[in-house]
Write a protein that binds this ligand. Sequence first.
Ligand SMILES: OC[C@H]1CNC[C@@H](O)[C@@H]1O[C@@H]1O[C@H](CO)[C@@H](O[C@@H]2O[C@H](CO)[C@@H](O[C@@H]3O[C@H](CO)[C@@H](O)[C@H](O)[C@H]3O)[C@H](O)[C@H]2O)[C@H](O)[C@H]1O
Length: 317
Amino acid sequence: AESLKEAAEATGRFMGTAIADGRLGDSTYTGIASSEFSSVTAENVMKWDAIQPQRGQFNLEPANRLMDFAAANAQQVWGHTLVWHSQLPGWVSNGGFGADELDGIIQDHISTVVGEYAGEIAYWDVVNEVFEDDGSLRQSVFLNTLGDGYIADAFRYAEAADPSAKLCINDYSTEHTNAKSDALYDLVSGMLDQGVPVDCVGFQMHLILDQYSASDIQSNLQRFADLGVEVVITELDIRMDMPSDDGKLAAQATQYADVVGVCVAVNGCAGVTIWGFGDADSWVPGTFPGQGAALPWDENYQPKPAYDGILQGFGAA
Ligand SMILES: OC[C@H]1CNC[C@@H](O)[C@@H]1O[C@@H]1O[C@H](CO)[C@@H](O[C@@H]2O[C@H](CO)[C@@H](O[C@@H]3O[C@H](CO)[C@@H](O)[C@H](O)[C@H]3O)[C@H](O)[C@H]2O)[C@H](O)[C@H]1O
Protein backbone atom coordinates (compact mmCIF):
# COMPACT_ATOMS: atom_id res chain seq x y z
CA ALA A 1 0.00 0.00 0.00
CA GLU A 2 1.17 3.48 -0.85
CA SER A 3 -0.58 5.10 2.07
CA LEU A 4 -2.39 4.48 5.36
CA LYS A 5 -5.77 5.08 3.73
CA GLU A 6 -5.07 2.50 1.01
CA ALA A 7 -3.95 -0.03 3.61
CA ALA A 8 -7.16 0.56 5.57
CA GLU A 9 -9.31 0.48 2.44
CA ALA A 10 -7.89 -2.93 1.55
CA THR A 11 -9.56 -4.18 4.75
CA GLY A 12 -12.80 -2.29 4.10
CA ARG A 13 -12.07 0.35 6.73
CA PHE A 14 -11.28 4.05 6.86
CA MET A 15 -8.15 5.71 8.22
CA GLY A 16 -8.72 9.10 9.77
CA THR A 17 -6.98 11.99 11.47
CA ALA A 18 -7.96 14.98 13.57
CA ILE A 19 -7.34 18.21 11.65
CA ALA A 20 -5.92 21.33 13.32
CA ASP A 21 -7.71 24.28 11.73
CA GLY A 22 -4.64 26.50 12.05
CA ARG A 23 -2.61 24.15 9.82
CA LEU A 24 -4.80 24.16 6.73
CA GLY A 25 -2.57 26.83 5.18
CA ASP A 26 0.57 24.70 5.58
CA SER A 27 1.33 22.72 2.40
CA THR A 28 3.49 20.11 4.16
CA TYR A 29 0.62 19.48 6.57
CA THR A 30 -2.12 19.44 3.93
CA GLY A 31 0.02 17.24 1.68
CA ILE A 32 0.08 14.48 4.29
CA ALA A 33 -3.49 15.08 5.46
CA SER A 34 -4.86 14.74 1.94
CA SER A 35 -2.77 11.78 0.77
CA GLU A 36 -2.74 9.51 3.82
CA PHE A 37 -6.29 9.77 5.25
CA SER A 38 -9.81 8.90 4.05
CA SER A 39 -11.56 10.51 7.02
CA VAL A 40 -11.09 13.80 8.91
CA THR A 41 -12.30 14.99 12.33
CA ALA A 42 -12.35 18.62 13.42
CA GLU A 43 -9.96 18.80 16.39
CA ASN A 44 -11.76 21.89 17.78
CA VAL A 45 -13.82 23.96 15.31
CA MET A 46 -17.09 21.97 15.56
CA LYS A 47 -17.18 22.04 19.36
CA TRP A 48 -19.91 24.10 21.03
CA ASP A 49 -17.62 26.95 22.20
CA ALA A 50 -16.28 27.39 18.65
CA ILE A 51 -19.44 26.88 16.58
CA GLN A 52 -22.04 28.65 18.82
CA PRO A 53 -19.93 31.00 20.98
CA GLN A 54 -22.94 33.19 21.80
CA ARG A 55 -26.59 32.13 21.97
CA GLY A 56 -28.03 31.97 18.47
CA GLN A 57 -24.74 33.11 16.90
CA PHE A 58 -23.24 30.30 14.81
CA ASN A 59 -19.63 30.59 13.64
CA LEU A 60 -19.53 28.13 10.72
CA GLU A 61 -16.56 29.47 8.74
CA PRO A 62 -13.83 27.35 10.39
CA ALA A 63 -16.02 24.23 10.09
CA ASN A 64 -16.71 25.06 6.44
CA ARG A 65 -12.95 25.22 5.83
CA LEU A 66 -12.70 21.62 6.97
CA MET A 67 -15.72 20.61 4.89
CA ASP A 68 -14.15 22.18 1.81
CA PHE A 69 -10.82 20.45 2.47
CA ALA A 70 -12.54 17.09 2.84
CA ALA A 71 -14.63 17.60 -0.28
CA ALA A 72 -11.53 18.51 -2.28
CA ASN A 73 -9.84 15.28 -1.14
CA ALA A 74 -12.85 12.92 -1.27
CA GLN A 75 -12.65 12.39 2.49
CA GLN A 76 -15.40 11.44 4.93
CA VAL A 77 -16.05 13.93 7.73
CA TRP A 78 -16.49 12.85 11.34
CA GLY A 79 -18.42 15.45 13.35
CA HIS A 80 -16.93 16.19 16.78
CA THR A 81 -18.83 16.86 19.05
CA LEU A 82 -22.38 18.08 19.88
CA VAL A 83 -22.98 17.58 23.63
CA TRP A 84 -19.85 17.65 25.81
CA HIS A 85 -19.19 19.10 29.29
CA SER A 86 -15.87 20.61 28.12
CA GLN A 87 -15.22 23.52 25.70
CA LEU A 88 -18.75 24.65 26.49
CA PRO A 89 -19.34 28.41 26.26
CA GLY A 90 -20.14 30.24 29.47
CA TRP A 91 -23.62 31.17 28.27
CA VAL A 92 -24.50 27.46 28.45
CA SER A 93 -22.47 26.23 31.43
CA ASN A 94 -23.34 29.23 33.63
CA GLY A 95 -26.68 30.08 32.09
CA GLY A 96 -28.70 28.89 35.06
CA PHE A 97 -31.38 27.61 32.70
CA GLY A 98 -34.31 25.52 33.84
CA ALA A 99 -34.81 22.02 32.39
CA ASP A 100 -37.23 22.97 29.58
CA GLU A 101 -35.10 25.91 28.41
CA LEU A 102 -31.83 23.94 28.50
CA ASP A 103 -33.50 21.07 26.65
CA GLY A 104 -34.61 23.54 23.98
CA ILE A 105 -31.12 24.99 23.77
CA ILE A 106 -29.61 21.52 23.19
CA GLN A 107 -32.25 20.68 20.56
CA ASP A 108 -31.64 24.00 18.79
CA HIS A 109 -27.87 23.51 18.83
CA ILE A 110 -28.09 19.99 17.44
CA SER A 111 -30.73 20.69 14.79
CA THR A 112 -28.85 23.78 13.59
CA VAL A 113 -25.35 22.24 13.44
CA VAL A 114 -26.38 18.76 12.23
CA GLY A 115 -28.94 20.28 9.89
CA GLU A 116 -26.30 22.58 8.37
CA TYR A 117 -24.21 19.58 7.26
CA ALA A 118 -26.99 17.05 6.69
CA GLY A 119 -25.91 14.46 4.15
CA GLU A 120 -22.31 15.74 4.25
CA ILE A 121 -21.11 14.51 7.65
CA ALA A 122 -21.06 10.71 7.86
CA TYR A 123 -20.66 10.29 11.62
CA TRP A 124 -21.36 12.45 14.67
CA ASP A 125 -20.03 12.18 18.22
CA VAL A 126 -23.47 13.08 19.59
CA VAL A 127 -22.41 12.86 23.24
CA ASN A 128 -18.81 12.82 24.49
CA GLU A 129 -17.29 11.65 27.79
CA VAL A 130 -20.53 11.15 29.77
CA PHE A 131 -18.85 8.84 32.31
CA GLU A 132 -16.41 9.26 35.19
CA ASP A 133 -13.67 6.63 35.39
CA ASP A 134 -15.56 4.76 38.12
CA GLY A 135 -18.49 4.22 35.77
CA SER A 136 -20.78 6.81 37.35
CA LEU A 137 -22.36 9.45 35.10
CA ARG A 138 -20.23 12.59 34.86
CA GLN A 139 -21.52 15.64 36.67
CA SER A 140 -22.31 18.36 34.12
CA VAL A 141 -24.78 21.18 33.54
CA PHE A 142 -26.63 18.66 31.34
CA LEU A 143 -26.88 15.85 33.90
CA ASN A 144 -27.53 18.19 36.83
CA THR A 145 -30.32 20.07 35.06
CA LEU A 146 -31.92 17.34 32.93
CA GLY A 147 -30.98 14.01 34.47
CA ASP A 148 -29.55 11.16 32.38
CA GLY A 149 -32.37 11.43 29.84
CA TYR A 150 -30.39 14.17 28.06
CA ILE A 151 -28.24 11.46 26.45
CA ALA A 152 -31.06 9.60 24.63
CA ASP A 153 -32.75 12.91 23.75
CA ALA A 154 -29.57 14.17 22.06
CA PHE A 155 -29.59 11.10 19.81
CA ARG A 156 -33.24 11.65 18.93
CA TYR A 157 -32.59 15.32 18.06
CA ALA A 158 -29.60 14.36 15.88
CA GLU A 159 -31.59 11.63 14.14
CA ALA A 160 -34.36 14.12 13.36
CA ALA A 161 -31.83 16.63 11.96
CA ASP A 162 -30.05 14.11 9.71
CA PRO A 163 -31.42 10.55 9.45
CA SER A 164 -28.50 9.62 7.16
CA ALA A 165 -25.71 10.34 9.66
CA LYS A 166 -24.36 7.59 11.93
CA LEU A 167 -24.75 8.65 15.55
CA CYS A 168 -22.08 7.75 18.10
CA ILE A 169 -21.32 7.90 21.81
CA ASN A 170 -17.61 8.58 22.40
CA ASP A 171 -15.42 8.27 25.50
CA TYR A 172 -11.88 7.64 26.78
CA SER A 173 -10.34 4.97 29.06
CA THR A 174 -13.03 2.55 27.79
CA GLU A 175 -10.78 0.43 25.55
CA HIS A 176 -10.12 -2.18 28.25
CA THR A 177 -12.74 -4.10 30.21
CA ASN A 178 -13.30 -2.03 33.34
CA ALA A 179 -15.97 -0.25 35.40
CA LYS A 180 -16.20 2.54 32.80
CA SER A 181 -16.54 0.28 29.74
CA ASP A 182 -19.04 -1.89 31.65
CA ALA A 183 -21.16 1.20 32.40
CA LEU A 184 -20.90 2.28 28.77
CA TYR A 185 -21.93 -1.22 27.66
CA ASP A 186 -24.98 -1.16 29.92
CA LEU A 187 -25.97 2.33 28.73
CA VAL A 188 -25.66 1.44 25.04
CA SER A 189 -27.47 -1.88 25.32
CA GLY A 190 -30.20 -0.17 27.38
CA MET A 191 -30.64 2.60 24.81
CA LEU A 192 -30.79 0.07 21.97
CA ASP A 193 -33.51 -1.80 23.84
CA GLN A 194 -35.48 1.48 24.04
CA GLY A 195 -35.05 2.13 20.31
CA VAL A 196 -32.70 5.10 20.78
CA PRO A 197 -30.89 5.61 17.41
CA VAL A 198 -27.33 4.74 18.53
CA ASP A 199 -25.31 3.52 15.53
CA CYS A 200 -21.76 3.46 16.86
CA VAL A 201 -19.48 3.57 19.87
CA GLY A 202 -16.26 5.58 19.70
CA PHE A 203 -13.24 4.51 21.71
CA GLN A 204 -10.83 7.46 21.93
CA MET A 205 -7.77 5.40 22.92
CA HIS A 206 -5.38 8.03 24.26
CA LEU A 207 -2.90 5.30 25.24
CA ILE A 208 0.37 5.16 27.15
CA LEU A 209 3.36 3.24 25.79
CA ASP A 210 3.44 -0.41 26.94
CA GLN A 211 0.26 -0.07 29.03
CA TYR A 212 -2.23 -2.14 27.06
CA SER A 213 -3.58 -5.64 26.46
CA ALA A 214 -4.49 -6.22 22.81
CA SER A 215 -6.48 -9.38 23.66
CA ASP A 216 -8.56 -7.57 26.29
CA ILE A 217 -9.17 -4.58 23.98
CA GLN A 218 -10.30 -7.02 21.29
CA SER A 219 -12.78 -8.91 23.45
CA ASN A 220 -14.07 -5.62 24.87
CA LEU A 221 -14.69 -4.05 21.45
CA GLN A 222 -16.18 -7.32 20.18
CA ARG A 223 -18.84 -7.37 22.90
CA PHE A 224 -19.98 -3.90 21.78
CA ALA A 225 -19.94 -4.95 18.12
CA ASP A 226 -22.04 -7.96 19.09
CA LEU A 227 -24.76 -5.47 20.15
CA GLY A 228 -25.06 -4.61 16.46
CA VAL A 229 -23.41 -1.19 16.63
CA GLU A 230 -20.25 -0.12 14.79
CA VAL A 231 -17.18 0.29 16.96
CA VAL A 232 -14.57 2.86 15.97
CA ILE A 233 -11.19 3.96 17.30
CA THR A 234 -11.70 7.73 17.28
CA GLU A 235 -8.70 9.57 18.82
CA LEU A 236 -5.74 7.18 18.89
CA ASP A 237 -2.35 8.32 20.13
CA ILE A 238 0.32 6.54 22.16
CA ARG A 239 2.34 8.81 24.40
CA MET A 240 5.72 8.09 25.97
CA ASP A 241 7.97 9.60 28.61
CA MET A 242 10.33 11.99 26.87
CA PRO A 243 12.95 11.92 25.50
CA SER A 244 11.99 9.29 22.98
CA ASP A 245 14.62 6.80 21.85
CA ASP A 246 14.90 3.98 19.30
CA GLY A 247 13.68 1.36 21.76
CA LYS A 248 10.57 3.37 22.72
CA LEU A 249 9.84 4.21 19.08
CA ALA A 250 10.07 0.53 18.13
CA ALA A 251 7.75 -0.42 21.00
CA GLN A 252 5.35 2.33 19.90
CA ALA A 253 5.32 0.91 16.38
CA THR A 254 4.41 -2.53 17.76
CA GLN A 255 1.64 -1.00 19.89
CA TYR A 256 0.16 0.88 16.92
CA ALA A 257 0.29 -2.38 14.90
CA ASP A 258 -1.44 -4.31 17.69
CA VAL A 259 -4.20 -1.75 18.26
CA VAL A 260 -4.92 -1.28 14.55
CA GLY A 261 -4.77 -5.08 14.24
CA VAL A 262 -7.52 -5.32 16.87
CA CYS A 263 -9.78 -3.16 14.72
CA VAL A 264 -9.11 -5.43 11.74
CA ALA A 265 -9.86 -8.52 13.85
CA VAL A 266 -13.15 -7.14 15.22
CA ASN A 267 -16.02 -7.62 12.80
CA GLY A 268 -17.89 -4.32 13.08
CA CYS A 269 -14.86 -2.09 13.64
CA ALA A 270 -15.35 0.52 10.91
CA GLY A 271 -12.06 2.39 11.12
CA VAL A 272 -9.26 4.09 13.01
CA THR A 273 -8.71 7.81 13.54
CA ILE A 274 -5.51 9.19 15.08
CA TRP A 275 -5.69 12.41 17.08
CA GLY A 276 -3.50 14.38 14.72
CA PHE A 277 -0.55 12.93 12.80
CA GLY A 278 2.50 15.14 13.57
CA ASP A 279 4.07 15.42 17.03
CA ALA A 280 4.30 19.22 16.60
CA ASP A 281 0.47 19.42 16.64
CA SER A 282 -0.23 16.92 19.44
CA TRP A 283 -2.27 17.95 22.50
CA VAL A 284 -0.18 15.59 24.70
CA PRO A 285 2.83 17.72 25.78
CA GLY A 286 0.53 20.59 26.80
CA THR A 287 -1.56 18.30 28.99
CA PHE A 288 0.97 15.70 30.20
CA PRO A 289 4.25 17.51 30.92
CA GLY A 290 7.26 15.29 30.22
CA GLN A 291 5.31 13.08 27.84
CA GLY A 292 4.91 13.26 24.06
CA ALA A 293 6.01 11.82 20.71
CA ALA A 294 2.55 10.21 20.55
CA LEU A 295 1.90 10.32 16.81
CA PRO A 296 3.23 8.55 13.65
CA TRP A 297 5.05 11.60 12.22
CA ASP A 298 7.73 13.49 14.13
CA GLU A 299 8.08 17.21 14.84
CA ASN A 300 9.26 17.76 11.24
CA TYR A 301 6.50 15.71 9.62
CA GLN A 302 8.88 12.83 8.97
CA PRO A 303 7.27 9.37 9.35
CA LYS A 304 8.33 7.41 12.45
CA PRO A 305 8.46 3.59 12.88
CA ALA A 306 4.85 3.94 14.06
CA TYR A 307 3.86 4.70 10.45
CA ASP A 308 4.97 1.20 9.40
CA GLY A 309 3.32 -0.13 12.55
CA ILE A 310 -0.05 1.14 11.32
CA LEU A 311 0.54 -0.36 7.86
CA GLN A 312 1.40 -3.65 9.56
CA GLY A 313 -1.75 -3.48 11.65
CA PHE A 314 -3.78 -3.30 8.44
CA GLY A 315 -1.74 -6.23 7.11
CA ALA A 316 -0.02 -4.07 4.48
CA ALA A 317 3.63 -4.27 5.58
O1 LIG B 1 -8.04 16.35 25.23
C1 LIG B 1 -7.80 15.51 24.13
C2 LIG B 1 -9.10 15.11 23.46
C3 LIG B 1 -9.91 14.25 24.40
N1 LIG B 1 -11.17 13.84 23.78
C4 LIG B 1 -11.98 14.90 23.21
C5 LIG B 1 -11.17 15.79 22.30
O2 LIG B 1 -11.94 16.85 21.83
C6 LIG B 1 -9.94 16.32 23.03
O3 LIG B 1 -9.20 17.14 22.10
C7 LIG B 1 -8.47 18.22 22.64
O4 LIG B 1 -9.34 19.07 23.34
C8 LIG B 1 -8.62 20.17 23.95
C9 LIG B 1 -9.55 20.94 24.86
O5 LIG B 1 -10.25 20.10 25.67
C10 LIG B 1 -8.03 21.05 22.85
O6 LIG B 1 -7.25 22.10 23.46
C11 LIG B 1 -7.83 23.37 23.26
O7 LIG B 1 -7.59 23.80 21.95
C12 LIG B 1 -8.14 25.12 21.69
C13 LIG B 1 -7.96 25.44 20.23
O8 LIG B 1 -6.62 25.38 19.89
C14 LIG B 1 -7.46 26.15 22.60
O9 LIG B 1 -8.15 27.41 22.42
C15 LIG B 1 -7.35 28.42 21.93
O10 LIG B 1 -6.56 28.87 23.01
C16 LIG B 1 -5.70 29.96 22.58
C17 LIG B 1 -4.77 30.33 23.70
O11 LIG B 1 -5.16 29.81 24.90
C18 LIG B 1 -6.58 31.18 22.17
O12 LIG B 1 -5.74 32.23 21.73
C19 LIG B 1 -7.47 30.76 21.02
O13 LIG B 1 -8.35 31.81 20.68
C20 LIG B 1 -8.29 29.55 21.46
O14 LIG B 1 -9.01 29.05 20.35
C21 LIG B 1 -7.66 25.74 24.05
O15 LIG B 1 -6.89 26.63 24.87
C22 LIG B 1 -7.13 24.31 24.26
O16 LIG B 1 -7.46 23.86 25.56
C23 LIG B 1 -7.07 20.21 22.01
O17 LIG B 1 -6.59 20.99 20.90
C24 LIG B 1 -7.78 18.96 21.49
O18 LIG B 1 -6.83 18.08 20.89
